[in-house]
Ligand binder design. Structure first.
Ligand SMILES: Cc1cc2nc3c(=O)[nH]c(=O)nc-3n(C[C@H](O)[C@H](O)[C@H](O)COP(=O)(O)OP(=O)(O)OC[C@H]3O[C@@H](n4cnc5c(N)ncnc54)[C@H](O)[C@@H]3O)c2cc1C
Length: 603
């Protein structure tokens, strides 16, 4: 570790993301002297105390100086006078002091070359994964751990890893502004354990209820078959209709690809659709069930009817098949969830991408925006990136694109217009995550269980006169998410049935959510909520609509028929949107990449 002297720095602005700050740095390093009189560096506040630490996420000094600096680097800073206060969030502000940057420095050629250099001097990696969301990082992790291949790079346009995963921690609160939790499936748990996070896992109480708003009342959803006769979300005739349909007394499947709405109304009746599945579609996809494809969006349930003649018939058949085929013993390292629940990590979901990124070290390149992909004469691909230090290119035997489909479409257009056109068809509606807190006393008495707000959260069917799609009881679900006496609520609003949310200001979004909550969960005379975060995702979640699987086939066939071997599509629009599906998809892609590399003739 060598030291770099920080001569001066100046905070000149903050990013949309509340924990990022732009700094202009003036530094001197011991090997050579150079300065950044007005360089714009993006920094994450790493630790606050009497001194401040920032994790630099700027990667391009190598091309400027010929000195290769391995990031992440840390700047620690002590104000010159103990009374001088520095807050990176109070900007613009000029502050001088004694600080230093700690990072490792190596002389010699950088790992990547500028685009002006001769191609032959560049080293070829086995795989470049574009996008450091959960999909991209898990593909890299699976290649490194399961397939012992670390000759890879992960490149990411943003200055942070995680993609949609956005954990924020401030003032005693810890909250999520993207996904809030995952299903603790075995692949997901394997990924967590392989990333060193076994002891950081937190699982929700499987007995905690989930609620649906119906006729102005929050009603619990049955969590086990024993609850079915007693829950009051559905009428007795509605339950009978569902039961008969589930055993096969219902109209046969039509000859076309069914929407979720058609499939559920036909198989289980209108009450199951309107009171359970429609709100559930909002919860998973923020989607419109009349447009989502049952086969693409909920393929496992769709297959039950196809394989067993009815939902119950298919369930029995699946159980029989599972018990008759020998199963590999379960990995003994994996924790066993006690029932149907959801999981996260002690310090939020971001722990997983951060842990994978740290173990990959300088194989992860941040602030690298892919601009073009071209094929190389003897096989493989050249990728060109815009980076803070200028254009950089990489050569790779294989490439996995885990960027959203509309980004992949732009990248692929020069290679295959058919693939590009297909990928452009997928729709990502906007969703806003509104995180607010109330004092505990603000919760209505009838919503408390043993004096506490208990449960996973609540979903709101579109027919019930509220705009908010659903509310997660974040402070009840996982420990240490809010200070004592406070309740932390994460609300999602928008989606395929309400794309107009993008026209609202952040305070209008908070007003809409607060107004909705006062109709069923919060006392009407409660004080205004403390607003922690309002994040609008303009293109949030890919919709698996009717025709989705055909669109994917068209894009993938166009690439393989066009001879683009070793170019793979990954990410949530391929694997499925839930985090667990992204992880399962990542293991599959890593397998495909490994198979491909083993056949590479030009290796
Ligand atoms: C508001 C919201 C709530 C959700 N809630 C849940 C939930 O509770 N549970 C659950 O299981 N799932 C949830 N999901 C879904 C889940 O979060 C996503 O499906 C998953 O995170 C997608 O991961 P990904 O890696 O496939 O894509 P992304 O996270 O989108 O990652 C793609 C990455 O590619 C990068 N990129 C883009 N362009 C370029 C370029 N040109 N060059 C380099 N990199 C580029 C992006 O910056 C990004 O980091 C939610 C999603 C949203 C938006």
């Amino acid at each position: 570790m060598k030291r770099i002297k920080l001569l001066d720095y100046r905070a000149i602005g903050t990013d949309d993301e509340s924990d990022l700050v732009f700094l202009s740095l003036h530094v001197e390093i011991s090997l050579r002297f150079f300065s950044f009189p007005s360089s714009l560096l993006r920094c994450r506040v790493y630790h606050a105390g009497t001194s401040f630490k920032f994790q630099l996420q700027f990667l391009s000094m190598a091309s400027l100086t010929g000195v290769h600096i391995h990031f992440p680097a840390f700047i620690s800073f002590k104000p010159l006078s103990p009374s001088s206060q520095f807050s990176p969030f109070a900007t613009p502000r000029h502050t001088s002091g004694i600080g230093r940057i700690r990072c490792s420095i190596a002389e010699g050629p950088p790992a990547v070359s500028s685009s002006s250099e001769n191609d032959s001097q560049k080293s070829m990696v086995d795989c470049v994964i574009v996008g450091a969301g959960i999909s991209g990082l898990c593909i890299a992790q699976a290649l490194a751990t399961k397939h012992a291949n670390s000759n890879l790079m992960v490149t990411e346009a943003r200055e942070r890893v995680g993609g949609n995963i956005t954990t924020v921690e401030r003032d005693g609160y810890l909250w999520e502004e993207g996904p809030n939790s995952f299903q603790p499936s075995d692949p997901m748990l394997t990924m967590a354990v392989d990333s060193g996070l076994k002891d950081e896992l937190v699982l929700g109480d499987p007995n905690a209820p989930r609620f649906v708003l119906w006729n102005s009342k929050l009603r619990p959803v049955p969590s086990k078959p024993m609850d079915l006769p007693f829950f009051d979300l559905m009428s007795f005739p509605g339950k009978l209709r569902a039961g008969f349909g589930a055993i096969g007394l219902r109209p046969p499947p039509p000859g076309h690809e069914e929407s979720v709405e058609e499939f559920v109304r036909r198989n289980l009746g209108s009450e199951v659709f309107e009171r359970l599945i429609e709100p559930f579609c909002s919860g998973v996809y923020a989607g419109d069930p009349s447009k989502l494809s049952m086969k693409a969006a909920f393929g496992k349930v769709w297959k039950l009817e196809k394989n067993g003649g009815s939902i119950i018939g298919g369930t029995f058949k699946a159980i029989q098949e599972k018990s008759s085929s020998p199963r590999a013993p379960r990995d003994p390292r994996l924790p066993k969830p006690k029932g149907q629940t959801v999981g996260s990590f002690r310090r939020g979901l971001a722990m997983l991408p951060n842990a994978i990124s740290s173990s990959l070290g300088n194989k992860v390149k941040l602030s690298w925006r892919l601009t073009t992909i071209t094929t190389l004469e003897n096989g493989g691909y050249s990728l060109t990136y815009e980076t803070p230090g200028g254009l950089v290119s990489l050569r790779s035997r294989s490439v996995v694109l885990t960027v959203p489909s509309y980004v992949a479409s732009t990248m692929l257009r020069p290679l295959s217009a058919v693939a590009a056109d297909a990928l452009l068809k997928l729709y990502y509606p906007p969703v806003a995550a509104v995180t607010i807190s109330y004092p505990k006393e603000a919760i209505r008495k009838e919503c408390l269980i043993d004096g506490e707000l208990k449960g996973f959260g609540q979903l709101h069917p579109r027919s019930q006169g509220v705009e908010t799609l659903g509310t997660i009881y974040s402070s009840s679900l996982f420990p240490n998410r809010a200070p004592p006496g406070r309740v932390l609520l994460l609300n999602y609003i928008g989606g395929a049935t309400n794309p107009g949310i993008t026209l609202k200001t952040k305070s209008q979004l908070v007003d809409s959510v607060d107004r909705d909550l006062r109709k069923m969960l919060i006392n009407t005379n409660a004080p205004d909520p403390l607003v922690l975060g309002v994040r609008v995702w303009p293109q949030a979640i890919p919709q698996f609509m009717i025709g989705h699987l055909d669109v994917l086939d068209t894009a993938q066939n166009a690439l393989s028929n066009g001879g683009f071997k070793g170019l793979f599509l990954g990410g949530n629009y391929v694997s499925g949107v839930a985090l667990g599906r992204c992880v399962e998809g990542a293991y599959d892609v890593a397998e495909e990449v490994t198979d491909y590399l083993s056949q590479c003739v030009y290796r």
